[in-house]
Design a protein around this ligand. Sequence first.
Ligand code: F0G
Length: 456
Amino acid sequence: MKTIIEPFKIKSVEPIRFTTQKERTRILKEAYYNPFLIRAEDVLIDLLTDSGTAAMSAKQWAGMMEGDESYAGARSFFRFEAAVKKITGMKFIIPTHQGRAAEKIIFTLIGGKGKYIPNNTHFDTTRANVEFSGAEAVDFPTEEGKQPEVIAPFKGDMDIPALENFIKKTGAKNIPACFITVTNNSGGGQPVSMKNIRDTKTLLRKYNIPLFLDACRFAENAFFIKKRERGYADKSPLQIAQEMFSYADGVTMSAKKDAIVNMGGFLALNDDTLATNARNLLIITEGFPTYGGLSGRDLEAIAQGLEEVLDEHYLTYRLRSVEYLGNKLTDAGVPILQPPGGHAIYIDAKNFLPHIPPNQYPGQAIVAELYQAGGIRSVEIGSVMFGKYGKDGKLISPPMELVRLAIPRRVYTQSHIDYVSEVVIEVFQRRNTLKGYKITYEAPQLRHFTAHFKMM
Ligand code: F0G
């Protein structure tokens, strides 16, 4: 087979700024070893997130000029609404400025004290929005989903027996909705199988609990189903996505991922009353229901992006470019969460730095060193992001300590990725010299964004 190439050519370029190692040592120290606090222009290759960092196509940019900026009933809204309906089949499409705004609205309506929201794995903002409403966020990843080195096709799946036990114990009336996140971001960008979505829905139907999809990366998930699940090889990504959404009663989506735009999101619902209440909240917090928190031009770009993301050449290139980085690291012995996910490679920090315990944040040590060594920005997904304190003040760590190298869509070429792998491998070879960190400042919620660190 020939090399899988980028299914586009480059029309507009953006220079990246080179820094010296000495400069980076200073910059990192000034940022308290937290890459969120580094200026983007001081970063050479930015793998902090795949969210809102995509390169838009010529057609999306052209759509920006077509944007109808009318306050009410804009043409761009109807194009956006049609694009979302075609894929999700939902009755009510409510635009929001990004994913967490949709989450805030839905959890304000259905959350609250005494309520529980199950998910295969909540992402940080989703968990925070559930908890902010007073409800409790509970994760049900499968056993294999918690083991970084196990190779399995659908490690993003929901643990359905565990979910059923939980429903029996908690009582269905205390569970206003159950979510499935596709792909499972905090669990390694791993896909969820169609069977798992279908079986989860069957279980929830029995208890009359609605199923929501957190659908940020639905197209990547659909393409994994096409490649890995029996019966889907001959279906188009659109058909597969449509079937995934057919099991859902609602959708939250950050368009900053699989709509290939820099800003946007939506909440999609089938229930009339819930949709009316959501729109009323939307008007208070985001804007009129035909624009939400967005400009007409943003709605145009989303509509176009949703079409482009389901193109098979695009998805082949997308999954392959992530796998390419994963294979290079694996060949050099770097422990990563296997198999490579859809939007990112996750370094297994526990195995990378076995001499640094979770309460000294091994993931953060790798993140700091990748910046220092090569100007690469990545993010810790482990005890910094999800750590909690017990009653005794001791850190309770999540099951995995990961470092995410998220690949922005259509932004970096193969040589950028080659460079990234060279830096990671170089750091891996001198891993014994890395030290742990301690936190010197933290906010009460989502502490990873603003925390300060000190090297031990
Ligand atoms: N759900 C998932 C699974 C996400 O990955 C994100 C964002 C959101 C919801 C919230 O969307 O940012 O538009 O408000 N994830 C980004 C990331 C930030 O880096 O993975 P948002």
